[in-house]
Design a protein around this ligand. Structure first.
Ligand code: UT7
Length: 327
């Protein structure tokens, strides 16, 4: 036994995106919008849309299989599978169970997490604490969504924003005083529960709203996103004894380039230290951060010793950030 602290590192990542691309030009034919408005106000050029019969579990399984392969682990070494989603195939069984079956992860506990767009960070925090406490060694955390199933395709305020996709990361035990997950900040503010909702998705009926689709007060949500993402990032860094000057890469939730720009500016981070891929996928809710993490690694934007901050915000309100020294 070394005298080092037990912490977690990311040992594998994966992503899965549907084939079908929905471009701004196509949306121009569906609602009163324009490529120019969407590009300037939100930063999205296209988003992926699931095929008929393609569900959240399918994307989650593909992303998870890639993350597992990269980690070099066998499926039966996974101790826990967490799927962050607001668009599960069904409320139960949890999507995590379907992933467990497909991978053959026979020794894993299974649970879905409902924390909207912040779900992957909540999952990562559970993974970290399970590993830190010595209870578990390998936790698979997935963010997966079929947002196209809950979008009102006649509402230009929201239908241009969202896309489908999944990302996954394996968190594995690592002994170090300086590397791996350094800190976490989780938060919420239920006073703003009405800013972003998915009515008719649970036991409470909303007769005034026909069907089940996202309802959002965009402007106020925007302001709350900037404030809370900024504060969470600062808190997570403070907990780790760091400041934003130490950050090598920020991976923020991809909801709007103007939100990302405002948070980065407040943190004093130049563009090259901020990962942005919203143009390609739109807002994939709980999947934005693990998809972006996967692409940041593909693009060699992270090397050993770098300080990575992942930072998210979502309906609830929920928010959270995690600081990791990459290893
Ligand atoms: O995943 C986490 C949660 N989600 C978010 O964080 C999203 C946060 N909010 C936002 O990203 C932005 O508020 C939106 C992108 C949703 C909207 O941008 P905005 O700059 O806040 O626009 P707005 O709602 O203030 O609307 C400005 C104008 C309005 O027209 P008028 O009233 O000025 O004539 C809207 O009707 O833009 C209009 N508009 C559009 N125009 C063309 C709204 N949506 C569209 C559209 N195409 N798709």
């Amino acid at each position: 036994m070394s005298g080092c602290k037990l912490t977690a590192r990311v040992s594998g990542v994966g992503k899965a995106l549907p084939e079908r691309r929905l471009t701004n030009a196509e949306l121009e034919k569906m609602v009163d919008t324009s490529d120019e408005w969407i590009t300037q106000r939100v930063g999205i050029k296209e988003r992926r849309i699931a095929a008929e019969g393609e569900y959240t579990s399918h994307l989650a399984i593909r992303a998870a299989a890639d993350a597992l392969e990269m980690s070099g682990l066998k499926a039966d070494e996974i101790d826990l599978i967490l799927v962050a989603t607001s668009t599960p195939d069904m409320v139960y069984p949890p999507v995590a169970c379907l992933v467990q079956k497909a991978l053959g992860a026979v020794n894993a506990g299974v649970m879905d997490i409902s924390a909207a767009c912040t779900g992957f960070i909540y999952g990562g925090s559970i993974a970290w604490s399970m590993i830190r406490s010595g209870l578990m060694r390998h936790v698979l955390v997935i963010g997966a969504e079929i947002n196209s199933s809950v979008v009102d395709w006649k509402d230009r305020d929201t239908c241009i924003l969202f896309g489908d996709g999944a990302g996954a990361a394996v968190f594995s035990a690592h002994e170090s005083d300086t590397e791996g997950v350094l800190s976490i900040k989780l938060g919420g503010d239920g006073r703003f529960d009405e800013l972003l909702c998915l009515p008719n998705s649970g036991c409470r009926p909303f007769p005034e709203i026909s069907g089940r689709h996202i309802v959002m007060q965009g402007n106020e949500t925007f302001k709350q996103a900037v404030r809370n993402m900024y504060e969470c990032a600062v808190s997570a860094l403070e907990c780790a004894g760091l400041t934003s000057a130490d950050v090598s890469l920020l991976i923020p939730h991809q909801a709007n380039t103007r939100i990302i720009g405002a948070v980065s500016k407040r943190l004093g981070l130049p563009d090259e230290k901020v990962f942005v891929n919203i143009a390609d996928y739109g807002n994939t809710s709980a999947a934005t951060i693990p998809i972006a993490l996967c692409e940041a690694l593909e693009q060699k934007r992270l090397k050993r010793g770098d300080v990575l901050v992942i930072d998210a915000f979502g309906a609830g309100l929920t928010f959270g950030a995690m600081a990791i020294r990459w290893v």
